[in-house]
Design a protein around this ligand. Structure first.
Ligand SMILES: Nc1ncnc2c1ncn2[C@@H]1O[C@H](COP(=O)(O)OP(=O)(O)OP(=O)(O)O)[C@@H](O)[C@H]1O
Ligand code: SF4
Ligand SMILES: [Mg+2]
Length: 335
């Protein structure tokens, strides 16, 4: 019996690096390291929140683990298999298990396709043996699951609101019964009044299907509501990873602390509710986003910065059970 071998995570990223080569003028190309030395794991059925300000590399990381952008270095393991080595055929087969929901619900739907065609498409690709009747029945069940009815089937994206379009996007992603759903800012483009409904829908689907979620958001209130664990990213690198409880009760990285200090407190019962849009990340005041090569990228903003912070890049190191922080001076800070 092999009881001593722990089961592998659903997904594991190791020392991941992603670079873009952006055009600068007619000839020169500028290298942008968008994700640098990032490692994390995701268990089946777990919700992992990913937060960080604009340009910190969240979408790039999400795309890299799904092989939607090329990876310059590192590994991505899917149930222990190196996903970066899969050939086209295997990648196509396995895509069924990993789906993504994008920020802009209108842009991510084909305006020329009725809802029924959009939702049938994954079935045609991944379950080509299904008959028309069974496909329709599955589409109908999924529409009901995401809070839309049969009357949505023959309508087109422009006939729906943003929130309804996002429900359709989520339904399409769920049609192939994925094990991992990556949600890249799925509520940021929606009215504040609708955001909670979509977040609750994702929470319900996660509970019912035991699906793993990688949930990217600027909104810490939403991340706190949904996530089991949270990754905090700053300029391409992870600066803190922790369980939700540890991160919100005892953040260790100065950047995480600054983020949490900017979030409005949860209102007392009966008081006016907090506006979740106020929990947005502050923008970097120290020049364009993107990784800083050498030293700690946060040093220009950090009240604890010392000589070592410019000399060496801090690595993630354990700071408690299931808690890691990349800061040379984590012991020097007052709790
Ligand atoms: N296609 C691209 N070509 C060149 N550089 C890019 C490209 N996409 C992203 N970048 C750069 O990579 C870095 C990370 O961008 P990314 O979109 O992953 O950040 P993000 O955290 O998702 O930001 P946001 O919160 O605004 O969505 C940024 O410096 C960005 O300018
Ligand atoms: S490594 Fe230094 S600059 Fe970076 S967060 Fe820690 S104390 Fe601040
Ligand atoms: Mg993004």
């Amino acid at each position: 019996m092999n009881a001593a071998v722990p089961p592998s995570p659903l997904l594991e990223a190791r020392a991941l690096r992603v670079e873009y080569h952006a055009a600068r003028g007619l000839v020169a190309r500028e290298r942008v390291i968008a994700v640098d030395d990032v490692g994390f794991s995701l268990e089946p059925g777990e919700t992992l929140g990913l937060v960080g300000e604009s340009g910190s590399g969240k979408s790039t990381l999400a795309r890299a683990i799904l092989r939607l952008v090329p990876v310059a270095a590192g590994e991505v393991l899917w149930r222990g298999e190196d996903l970066l080595r899969w050939d086209r055929r295997r990648l196509r087969e396995r895509r069924r298990g990993m789906q993504i929901v994008f920020q802009d619900p209108f842009a991510s739907l084909d305006p020329r396709m009725a809802v029924v065609e959009t939702l049938e498409e994954p079935l045609r690709i991944f379950e080509s043996g299904l008959g028309r009747r069974e496909r329709r029945a599955r589409v109908l069940r999924m529409l009901e699951r995401v809070g839309l009815g049969a009357d949505a089937m023959h309508r087109y994206p422009h006939e729906f609101s943003g929130g309804q379009c996002q429900r359709i996007g989520i339904a399409r992603a769920m049609m192939s019964a994925p094990e991992l759903l990556v949600c890249d800012e799925p509520v940021s483009a929606l009215d504040v009044s609708i955001q909670g409904q979509i977040v609750n829908l994702l929470a319900d689907l996660q509970r019912e299907s035991r699906i793993a979620l990688l949930f990217i958001s600027h909104n810490l209130t939403v991340v706190r509501h949904l996530s089991h664990r949270v990754l905090v990213m700053y300029r391409g690198r992870l600066v803190e990873t922790a369980t939700r409880e540890a991160l919100f009760a005892a953040p260790r990285h100065p950047y995480t602390r600054a983020l949490l200090a900017a979030v409005p407190r949860v209102p007392r019962p009966g008081a006016a509710s907090a506006d979740p849009s106020r929990a947005a990340m502050p923008l970097a005041p120290d020049g364009p986003a993107g990784p800083v090569v050498g030293g700690c990228a946060y040093r220009a903003r950090c009240p604890f910065a010392a000589a070592i912070c410019a000399a060496r890049t801090p690595e993630l190191e354990p700071a408690g059970p299931d808690h890691a922080v990349a800061c040379h001076r984590r012991e020097a800070q007052t709790p």
